[in-house]
Ligand binder design. Structure first.
Ligand code: FES
Length: 133
């Protein structure tokens, strides 16, 4: 059911996250690989004191291949059919065969703990009928 609650999970301490270095985690369960990026500048859906942190599912919305974060281009690239997704624009596809944006992991920042928490997902993770299964 889509009414099941999302877990709240600490992904990283902001102070430990280097700019433009992907941090891998799984959310909302162990079979769903994701990545968090601290951009070092404010982006559209960024969280944290500098509004610069974003996170996405790394399963391509076309056929589920794992996308890679290209640190030079600052985009996610799918090696299977070359879709490209923009982390600065809510995971929107820039080029390619996918028809959906990369599912975005909704983050919250806990200032007291300097913690980045995953709290929900915007978009359907590839291959699922509901994100919480
Ligand atoms: Fe990613 Fe086809 S699986 S573009």
């Amino acid at each position: 059911s889509t009414t099941l609650p999302y877990p709240r999970e600490v992904v990283a301490r902001l102070g430990d996250v280097a700019v433009n270095q992907p941090v891998h985690f799984n959310y909302p369960d162990s079979r769903s690989p994701c990545v968090l990026i601290r951009k070092g500048r404010e982006v559209k859906v960024g969280v944290g004191p500098d509004r610069d942190v974003v996170a996405y599912s790394t399963q391509c919305t076309h056929m589920g291949c794992p996308v890679n974060y290209d640190q030079k281009a600052e985009t996610f690239k799918c090696p299977c059919h070359y879709s490209v997704f923009d982390p600065d624009n809510a995971g929107q596809m820039v080029i390619g065969h996918a028809t959906e944006s990369l599912p975005r992991i909704i983050l919250e920042y806990d200032e007291a703990e300097d913690a980045l928490l995953a709290v929900s997902v915007d978009g359907l993770i590839y291959g699922r009928q509901a994100n919480i299964i």
